[in-house]
Design a protein around this ligand. Sequence first.
Ligand SMILES: [Zn+2]
Length: 276
Amino acid sequence: MSRARKGLAAFLVARPLIAILLAAVVVGVLLLFFTHRQRTPVTHRVEHVGLTDKQQMQLGSEEYAKTLREDRAQIVSSGTSYAQVQRVAKRIEAVARRDKPNFVWKVTLLRKNEANAYCLPGGKIVVYTGILPVTQTDAGLATVLGHEVAHATAEHVAERLERQNLTRIAIAIAAGGIAVTPSQYAHLVALLGVGGQAASLPFSRKQESEADHIGLIYMARAGFDPHQAVAFWKRMLRASKGKEPPEFASDHPSTARRVEQVEGWLPEAERARRQG
Ligand SMILES: [Zn+2]
């Protein structure tokens, strides 16, 4: 070690706060180099993600294929519910595509009693028939799809992976590698938000609120009446009383507060609906 370096080391040892500050700056700079900064659509929040669009699509597509294989017997491919889900998803996807032109959007309806839906990174959507009695109308369904699709366009899973230092594992899986332990894999799948509530880890409150906000603007841009979103969340509040909440109702301060927040975004949503 040179004298200058020794001097610097002694200086830092004597001043631990400065050393910690320097380390924080170095980590921050590294974070900027190895992840990319992106802005979420609609809310324009700066976030750090380590996965590219392509890697997110690979990750999502693999998990989607696995779900469809496992639940093959539950896939609904005709009838009025099927037609409704395809019809509404097409309109929401057209709006989401403006923010994520690379993603390949696709929706599958599964015959399951649970009131749930999710969208994997990269644009693959799964809707359970159990949500349809609560969504009731096209606008109600558009509220749910808008929310789920917003998690994908805002890259919430990639952001979570980055925060938990799992980006590299996700990249290995996306590339078809198996250099992960079963517990790492299980944790990753839980982070994807796949399947029922018990299997998936909830998004953070901030991400949930953000998905509500972006989703509301999406459904309005797609031409649906944003007031119907408020009506849907109120129905959801009644339907989920005393039950384990599904993904999109999870980890919220309270659903009543959520209704209030959504009402606050209505003027912006009305403008979005007029502008298309
Ligand atoms: Zn959600």
